[in-house]
Every structure is written in structure tokens, then in C-alpha cells.
Design a protein around this ligand. Sequence first.
Ligand SMILES: *Cc1c(COP(=O)(O)O)cnc(C)c1O
Length: 401
Amino acid sequence: MLEPNIDQKKFDVDQQGFYGEFGGAFIPEMLYPNVEYLRKHYLEIMSESSFQNEFRALLKDYVGRPSPLYFAKKLSKEYRTKIYLKREDLNHTGAHKINNTIGQILMAKRLWKNRIIAETGAGQHGVATATVCALAGLECIVFMGEVDIKRQAPNVARMRMLGAKVVPAKSGSKTLKDATNEAIRDWINHPNDTHYIIGSVVGPHPYPDMVARFQSVISEEMKWQLKEQTGNENPNTIIACVGGGSNAAGAFYHYLENEEVKLVAVEAAGLGNETGHSAATSVLGSKGVLHGSRTLLMQTSDGQVIEPYSISAGLDYPGIGPMHAHLIRSGRAEVFGATDEEALLAARKLAMMEGIIPALESAHAFAVLDKMTFTENEIVVVNLSGRGDKDLATFTDFFKF
Ligand SMILES: *Cc1c(COP(=O)(O)O)cnc(C)c1O
């Protein structure tokens, strides 16, 4: 086993796949050849000009990038500061997840894989994966807990419309972690023709780094957009919600080593951290191994994963990516929690004030505007990771429209 080489001031992944003491690849032996092949080749493949050209062209013409950086005038006035929104909600399929699945489908083709598997909780990563499989003409199998299939019927219909096969996971709690187990089992049984598209900066190395690099287009664009609009490519503060952490990783990526830029990660605190119904992993979690990496996760004293809770399906994850575990524990990123109710109210405020309905996940990032203090000339970027169409039933229930 490779041991981490701890450097608290380095925020990028190291040669062994560690971020400080977090990360690595803790996988069953049967998966070793697949993961090892990917580890050896991902950087070289991603740097090929044919890969870069294809990736960039799809991001531009298919996804609709660059996503705008919008100066939110009324919100800025309300909080007496300068607030910019990075509009990932305007991407094709409605969130940042497509940036990663586009990258990984191009990777799969270069690894000569023609069968794609994925796991999904709320169905958002499943839809993003089914979308790129349709685009590339590859077979798509999405594992999803039986309970989630019932709860997330519109996304299941979308995946099927796109030609994906949705396979119910019937073990355990019949939710995301059971779907992940099924996906890993499938991968073990189909090592040669199958690529596993993981949806966040989680899983064994090199997945967290690969996904972060695909999502890093977010902060790459932020730099020139800020330069254009403010004269300075650096904001003072970047705020993003964290489930596994991929939209936050993308929004932070090009600023990780620039400690003048404050990074704020927002976790879902559900009904409150003391209630036993929360998903605030960095507060409630402890060190352990989840989905192939050493990270912070919510677990019992004997190491059983505790089911997280959040009203927002995308943040309802028992762990946090190893990059974020390191950013938070080393003090590079500051972490806040936002409850269900705080997120719902923040979503309504953004909708009424700016005419933008955010995804419930993204609304958690907006909720911390009430918990922080800003100066008048501070430049604050909030990563608006997705749009709220999928959450309208939840909004309607809560606000009793
Ligand atoms: C899935 C999702 C998230 C959470 O995933 P991360 O990997 O933490 O980004 C956040 N926002 C939206 C809109 C999502 O769909």
C-alpha cells in the first residue's frame, strides 16, 4: 500500500493520488487492472491535441460554453458587496455534471471501451451519462436504488428516453450506496469492454483528479471573465456547494495555490447537524475509506456508513471527495452548513430578486451569504451549479403555491 506523502501546503494531487492524507486507491484486486490502466494513461490522453480539440468543441457547441459570469446587481445591493454568478445552470442538461461526462466519454473511446456504466442517486449524473452515451453511440447502463427509481421518476424517464438501461439496486437501503456497489460488481464482471463514469470528485485515484480537471473549465473561464468585467482575474471569495465536490473543485481549481482567494465550501445540514438528519460530512464525519478512497465520511464507530439526509438529492452523499477533505482539514477552504429551510429560502430570494431559479443544491451556496460578512468592494463568485426545474415540486410543497 502506498502511503501518503503529506504536504499541507500543496492542494493538487500527488503522484500516489493523495491530497495530504486523503485519497489513494483502495480497491478490490479485481479492479486493479482497469484503474491502473486509467491511472497510467489519463494525463497523456487528456493532453493529446485531438482530445483537447474534441473536448473543447463539444463544450462550446453542444454544452453551450462558456457559461456566462453574471453580475447580480440586486443581490449585490442586498448584501452590500459585489456578487457574480457562474451560470452552470445554463449548460445543456441543466448543471455542471455534463462537463465531466463529456470528458469521460471521450476518455472511454480512447480506452477502446464500448459499454458505459454509472451509478446515480437523484438521477442527475445518470441523465448526464445517458446524454453523452447517446451522443457517442455507446451502450449505457445506469444503476439506481429501487427507492430512488420511485422517488426520481422524471429523471428515470429521461434516461430511458435517451436509450439508457436503468437497473434497480435492490439490496440494503436501495439507495445510492447500493447502486454504487452494483456498479462496482458489474465492472468487476466486465473488466475489458466497460468504462465506469463516476459523477463527482470521489472514488479511487485517478478519478478525483480526472473529474476535477474536466470541471476545471469553470474556473478557467472565471479567470478571463473576471478580468474582462473587473480588471482582475482574482475574486476575493468563491462559494460553492459540496456533495461529492465536483462543481466546487471546478470552481476552485485554478485558484487552489492562490491563497489570497478565499474558498468557501457549503455542505447540506439537512434538518440541522444535531438532529441525526444531515449530510454535513466534514463536521459529522471521520476518516475512513469510501468508494475506493481515504476520506471523511459519516460512519458508525464500527465503520458502517450512516445514511445521510438532505432535501437536495445531489448533496445527499455520506462522504466528501478527498480534495475537499484536505482543503477543509488543512484550513485552505472554509466550510459552512446550510439547512434545508435555509436553502429553500435562499432559492426563493434568488428567484424573486434576480429571476433565476437555482437547483436546491446550488441554493445551499446562496444560503451562506446570510452567514458571512463582506466588504463593499469585495468580489464574490457564487457557483450556480444547476437550475431548479427539477425541484419545482419541492418548492411548491414548501411555499404552498
Ligand atoms: C449533483 C449536483 C451537485 C452536487 O455534486 P458535486 O459533485 O458536489 O458538485 C450540486 N449541484 C447540482 C446542480 C448537482 O446536480
